[in-house]
Design a protein around this ligand. Structure first.
Ligand code: SF4
Length: 242
């Protein structure tokens, strides 16, 4: 950050030390970043140590975190750092990923490979493509459909980075919650782009219904902005955001 990087993500690899200590240390780190730079973490990741090739400690972590404590961790982070994105990786099972959405997770990956070169290797030999164990092996389209079925709009938005809305500029919007005025329309435009270009028929049908009901539930001004973006995407424009 001293060198000019204004957007940082932080996280803990859970399993190495007592998670209570890890969380308190993370909070101190966040306080320090806020006091020193005026900017807290853009995202927090919560990976749990998983069995990995050639790593004995990963097979039986000294401070393994139970599923119940893991849910607590997500809830604590959501309450303590309300402006940050919480990232859940494909290490976790579909069920844990579903449940933790309700507790505060905002970002997930899908269709991940964990080896350098793993995406290319996976085509030739799927068994070679894992450095550590994953809990969610579903394809992207299935994950997107699942998230949409729960009523959450899967957003592919990168608007802030594209517009240079990072660091202090991002925090000024994120801390009071005003970033929602950008996130909501952008979620609908980028999700519509996914539905138009990549989704299978079943996902498209679930997704279009969700876009419709989300628009219906917006206030008039947000609906107008969002509808304009969605119309542009349906008309063939790509990469539209506010
Ligand atoms: S506008 Fe887009 S990039 Fe910015 S915080 Fe919202 S979802 Fe993320």
């Amino acid at each position: 950050m001293e060198a000019g990087i204004d957007d940082v993500g932080i996280g803990i690899l859970f399993g190495l030390a007592d998670w209570r200590f890890e969380i308190l240390a993370l909070m101190q780190h966040i306080r320090h970043l806020e006091a020193r730079f005026g900017v807290g973490p853009h995202t927090i990741s919560v990976p749990r140590l998983e069995p990995a090739i050639g790593c004995d400690i990963a097979a039986s972590p000294p401070h393994a975190v139970s599923d119940i404590d893991f849910r607590k961790i997500v809830a604590i982070l959501r309450l303590a750092v309300p402006y940050t994105g919480i990232i859940m990786s494909t290490r976790e099972t579909p069920n844990i990923r579903r449940e933790t959405f309700a507790l505060g997770v905002s970002q997930i990956s899908a269709g991940s490979r964990t080896n350098p070169g793993g995406y290319a290797e996976a085509e030739a030999n799927p068994a070679l493509s894992s450095q550590f164990q994953l809990g969610d092996h579903r394809a992207l389209d299935e994950v997107v459909r699942d998230v949409a079925s729960m009523g959450y709009v899967p957003s592919f938005c990168t608007g802030c980075y594209r517009l240079g809305r990072t660091g202090q500029d991002f925090m000024d919007l994120a801390k009071p919650g005003a970033i929602k005025l950008h996130c909501d329309p952008n979620a609908l435009s980028t999700f519509t782009e996914y539905l138009e270009d990549y989704a299978g028929p079943e996902t498209r049908s679930v997704g279009e219904a969700l876009v419709g009901s989300t628009l219906d539930n917006m206030d008039a001004r947000q609906r107008e902005i969002s509808q304009a973006l969605v119309r542009k995407v349906k008309g063939g424009k790509r990469d539209v955001f506010v």
